[in-house]
Write a protein that binds this ligand. Structure first.
Ligand SMILES: [Zn+2]
Length: 322
């Protein structure tokens, strides 16, 4: 029997899953992502959950044939590391991944992807039709996409293709993005930025609202909870949907996918308020064939399952390679 392992390195948790050659999951493990002192602590956490997943599967790590990793970015693919991750403390400058994992597993077949690329590999592998042209979009604390065109999962030379959350959607640049630039999609629509955007709209034109705008704990959940009951909340959600549709339309125009799977907590927790409006409005913004737009089928396991699928299919999600 051949064994494969997938690793999901997120800003909050590190997870690993071990599967057999039929993609059956035999063991999983999870722990919090260390906040320091350095990137080495994160590498050690990755190795720890990997060992624990093999333990649970009752398999020796050296029996692994290949591994897939879906990771927070930015990546340096040539070095096999994460470099200065945006969502972890500054003391974490470099997280070695492929080298140490290769040593633990005694294999050179380690496929490193950014998390959204792992997401599209997972959606491709587990979807009924195994399409060659598809996109996975996450709308979460940030926004990003994994893109598969003509059967090729795009990575870019350094592994950072698909950072669509940093596409400029607003030429007036009213909102500043976490990356420091103005007018980026994610500055309006990510879970972290929706409350800031609501505050901005409120300050421009103060109206009656039940939203706890002044509360330091005001967050995106407050906005969605007031949907249908508060005119201002509805207006904010309408604006968010405008930018989301523009972002997704730009992806459609760029890559001509057959299907787009949308995941991430903002979308999966509010499909009626986030997914449905994109489906309703996208016709008016797209010039070419409009793809099927669906909610992710893999929930919050999409990156982990994508990493396993990557290990099983040489980094592609192509089921014919099983
Ligand atoms: Zn940005």
């Amino acid at each position: 029997m051949a064994y494969y392992v997938g690793v999901d390195l997120g800003a909050t948790n590190v997870r690993a899953a071990v599967a057999d050659e039929n993609a059956e999951i035999l063991g999983v493990s999870k722990r919090g992502t260390p906040r320091g002192p350095t990137g080495i602590a994160v590498t050690e956490a990755v190795l720890e959950v990997t060992r624990a997943a093999f333990d649970e599967a009752g398999v020796d790590p050296e029996q692994a044939v290949a591994a897939g990793i879906g990771s927070i970015g930015p990546l340096d693919l040539a070095e096999g590391v994460v470099e200065n991750p945006a969502n972890l403390p500054d003391t974490i400058d470099r997280i070695p991944l492929t080298g140490p994992l290769s040593k633990l597993l005694d294999t050179d077949r380690i496929y490193l992807h950014n998390d959204t690329a792992a997401g599209v590999i997972g959606e491709r592998f587990y979807s009924d039709r195994n399409p060659d042209d598809m996109v996975y979009v996450t709308i979460s604390s940030g926004i990003g996409a994994g893109v598969c065109v003509d059967g090729h999962v795009l990575s870019g030379w350094d592994g950072n293709a698909g950072e669509v959350g940093h596409m400029t959607v607003d030429p007036n640049g009213e909102m500043r993005c976490g990356c420091g630039r103005d007018g980026h999609w994610e500055a309006y629509c990510s879970g972290n930025n929706i409350p800031k955007y609501a505050e901005y709209i409120y300050e421009e034109d103060t109206v009656e609202t039940e939203l706890p705008i002044e509360d330091p704990d005001f967050d995106a959940i407050d906005v969605f909870e007031h949907a249908g009951e508060d005119e201002f909340a509805d207006y904010v959600i309408d604006q968010v949907n405008h930018w989301n549709t523009m972002g997704v339309a730009n992806i459609v125009q760029s890559y001509a996918p057959l299907v787009i799977f949308i995941g991430g907590a903002v979308a999966t927790n509010n499909p009626e308020l986030i997914l449905e409006p994109i489906k309703e409005r996208i016709d008016d913004m797209v010039f070419i064939n409009v793809p099927d737009i669906q909610l992710t089928t893999l929930g919050d396991e999409v990156v982990l399952k994508g990493a396993v699928a990557s290990a099983l299919t040489g980094g592609t999600g192509d089921r014919s390679r099983l």
